[in-house]
Write a protein of this length. Structure first.
Length: 141
């Protein structure tokens, strides 16, 4: 009986150790990072705009390009602009890009350090209403 108890405890210990910790951050993988910006504009193109940004803080590794993709329900909300804040350094040579549906920053500057944070704005329109959102990019492993 004691031998069975030891085996059961060993199996339980392995099972507990292999369960991911809630809230633990996984190490990012090297390569293209994507940020999805979902914008829901009222049918008439006027009024409150509902926006989500996922992930809010994108974690990049050295030389990773980053693409912002606009997912929208309304033709007046098809343009997206990503711009570094004036008071923030920026990790890509271009400080501002805009486009229809998506924009991609490439050719990251060298010597980025783990934990460096970069602040930027996402600008969208819903009809004549301008919306500015300000998430961030963080260099990590």
């Amino acid at each position: 009986m004691p031998r069975l108890t030891c085996v059961a405890l060993a199996v339980l210990a392995v099972a507990v150790l292999s369960v991911p910790v809630a809230g633990a951050e996984e190490a990012p993988q090297k390569g293209l990072k994507q940020v999805v910006v979902t914008a829901t504009c009222p049918n008439d193109g006027h009024g409150p705009l509902s926006v989500t940004v996922n992930p809010w803080t994108v974690v990049v590794l050295q030389d990773d390009p980053t693409r912002w993709i606009l997912n929208t329900n309304h033709p007046s909300t098809n343009s997206i602009k990503i711009a570094a804040k004036e008071t923030s350094d920026w990790l890509y040579p271009d400080r501002e890009l805009s486009g229809d549906g998506e924009v991609t920053f490439e050719n990251m500057k060298g010597n980025m350090k783990r934990g460096d944070a970069f602040y930027y704005n996402i600008t969208l329109f819903c009809g004549d209403d301008k919306v500015v959102i300000d998430p961030r990019v963080r260099v990590g492993p």
